[in-house]
Design a protein around this ligand. Sequence first.
Ligand code: SF4
Length: 62
Amino acid sequence: MKVSVDLDTCDGNGVCMSICHEVFDVREDGLHLLQAEPSEELRQQLIGAQVSCPTQAITVKE
Ligand code: SF4
């Protein structure tokens, strides 16, 4: 499973981090992707973050 974030689209509101802090970390300087290929156990949280992102900046593949 691969996750990516379009940083040009992300506005740093932190919604994704509240759903999956294992992968998304939003700091003062913006979003940091902690894992680009997270384990399968995080799939539900990642899909939740993807659909909840207000700017649709998150892509989850595979
Ligand atoms: S939820 Fe979307 S817009 Fe908000 S910080 Fe995460 S990736 Fe960026």
